[in-house]
Design a protein around this ligand. Structure first.
Ligand SMILES: CC(C)(COP(=O)(O)OP(=O)(O)OC[C@H]1O[C@@H](n2cnc3c(N)ncnc32)[C@H](O)[C@@H]1OP(=O)(O)O)[C@@H](O)C(=O)NCCC(=O)NCCS
Length: 176
């Protein structure tokens, strides 16, 4: 199992996985154009030629990252891939110098397993103003805010092999 930064050639497979879970209401639907713009922030898990899962790290506040679009293809569930993808995003966040990562999720037990804890939704106001205000689920949202604090890292740390693209994108954002 290889976890690496997403490439243009992954786009169709990523789109198919997002469509699959969007139909079930587990992920937000995304157009191919939106996925293309999102590509530098996506990591993928690959088993040979197959796409086993995806994860994105989005910068929500200057030092707060959000784990988003986490999905593992059904055939690969319960093999530790979801946890590895979360760890990949957490490593990227640490390399980018973020103080914490958050997730808005219904998969509370899974994220607890990954070291996150439940926090008040009010502790992440940027999420409300960037995503929630325009969301049709706003008045009956059942997602739970969860966070994981990160140890302070040295910004010059070398990215792990294969993670340069995402790290570079996020470091660039964090410097703005
Ligand atoms: C949630 C999801 C990413 C988990 O992926 P996965 O690869 O099956 O999870 P892992 O195998 O890495 O699981 C790690 C641990 O969490 C546990 N776990 C996995 N899914 C769980 C769930 N839904 N509830 C409770 N525990 C769960 C596993 O049992 C495992 O624990 P163990 O090591 O003690 O056996 C996957 O079920 C998925 O893609 N779901 C649909 C999309 C979705 O809901 N995404 C989340 C959006 S925030």
């Amino acid at each position: 199992m290889l976890i690496r930064a997403a490439r243009f050639s992954d786009l169709d497979n990523i789109g198919a996985l997002v469509d699959y879970y969007a139909e079930q209401g587990a992920l937000l639907p995304r157009s191919r154009e939106s996925l293309l713009a999102y590509l530098p922030f996506l990591g993928v898990a690959c088993e040979g030629p197959e796409l086993a899962g995806i994860v994105a790290l989005h910068q929500l506040e200057p030092t707060v990252g959000e784990v988003r679009s986490l999905a593992v293809a059904p055939a690969f569930h319960k093999q530790g891939i979801g946890e590895k993808l979360v760890q990949y995003a957490v490593n990227q966040a640490q390399t980018a110098g973020f103080a914490k990562v958050i997730s808005f999720t219904r998969q509370v037990a899974f994220f607890e397993h990954c070291g996150f804890q439940t926090v008040s939704r009010d502790s992440v106001p940027a999420k409300y103003f960037t995503d929630c205000v325009g969301c049709p689920m706003l008045s009956h949202c059942d997602e739970v805010a969860m966070e994981k604090a990160l140890a302070v890292s040295v910004r010059t740390a070398q990215p792990e092999p294969g993670t340069e693209s995402l790290s570079a994108s996020l470091s660039m954002l964090a410097d703005r």
